[in-house]
Write a protein that binds this ligand. Structure first.
Ligand code: GRF
Length: 187
């Protein structure tokens, strides 16, 4: 199978990146991760780029031309899918248009519920019966593009922010690769 070239954007721990790298090493998985973009110089996730010898770029998003620099690199690596895996920066409308190919994001809630930050705190406060994660296409509005896949679990009475985060991430590591398989199933 001819795999597509993908780029993963991160800002933090990179546990989703790790899961995607592991899956991408399987023969039948539809993507190869060719490039990693990170906007935090000390992000733990960069360690996975190093460990698996995947080229990575640290970008300073405070600089005006940072998105153009990213686009230039992405062209060089012939990237046809961008996966946002905990990238804590909203991409501009111009970037999305200029890239012109698929961009997907993973969010730790059952969208359209709890867009934005502090999802676990809000899930507890709202006494939600269930919660989970969503993989969706990225458009210019935050956490609002078309859904690709959701996975959920039931919130237990003794759950807190920490346990919810742990449980959510556990299902994220399965859901993100599954969503990527779904995207390329018919191509
Ligand atoms: C994930 O929970 C994801 O849903 C959110 O950011 C978190 C990133 O975690 N967008 P990690 O860096 O992949 O461990």
């Amino acid at each position: 199978m001819v795999k597509k070239n993908a780029c993963v954007f991160i800002s933090g721990n990179g546990s989703n990146l790790k899961s995607l790298i592991n899956h991408s090493r399987e023969y039948n998985f539809p993507i190869n991760i060719k490039l990693i973009i990170c906007n935090k110089p000390h992000a733990k996730g960069i360690l996975y780029a190093k460990k698996y010898s995947i080229p990575y770029i640290i970008v300073d998003t405070k600089k005006n031309n940072s998105e153009n620099n990213i686009l230039r690199k992405i062209k060089i690596y012939k990237i046809s899918l961008i996966c946002l895996a905990g990238y804590m920066k909203v991409l501009s409308k111009k970037f999305i248009k200029n890239f012109g190919k698929k961009i997907i994001n993973i969010h730790p809630s059952l969208l359209p519920k709890f867009k934005g930050l502090n999802t676990f705190k809000r899930v507890i406060k709202k006494k939600e019966i269930k919660t989970g994660c969503t993989i969706h296409y990225v458009n210019e509005k935050l956490d609002s593009g078309n859904k690709i896949l959701q996975k959920y679990f039931f919130v237990e009475t003794n759950d807190n922010e920490k346990t919810l985060k742990h449980k959510t991430q556990k299902i994220e590591h399965k859901a993100f690769p599954e969503a990527i398989i779904n995207i390329f199933r018919n191509t």
